[in-house]
Design a protein around this ligand. Sequence first.
Ligand code: FES
Length: 152
Amino acid sequence: MLKRRSFLSYFSIGWLVSCFPVALAACAPKSDPNAQAPTTGDKGTTKPAATKTTEGFTVVGSVAALDKAGYLQTKEVAVARDPANPKQLLAVNPKCTHQGCDVKWAVGEKKYECPCHDSDFAADGKVLKGPATTSLATYPVKIVGTQVLVKV
Ligand code: FES
């Protein structure tokens, strides 16, 4: 009887020890080698987790997405082509300087419109129509390869 108990004890401990590495592997965080940065949506908006790059510039989307939607916009930055020089990009802070609503780029009219009290801003952030009296903050913007980068 005693030998049987000893055997079962040793067998149970051996079984637990052999399962431990499998349990550890199952609980370990998985890394996805195919994981990609968030992509730009159809309407020119991007997810917040943009990629930081050198010199403080951050990728906000692709040139293709910008040209498809007519603009790129995140919570922190909005990018559109300069209506006077379409090769030039202009980046602004999309928070309205009146009371902080998010402005939207009106593709057809080539200006930022505030939905709250109807202020309008040019692509370079200058006030076109109040009640806002202060221009939108601007940021350096550049194209590197196929990506639009902004220094916020
Ligand atoms: Fe934009 Fe008032 S918050 S016009």
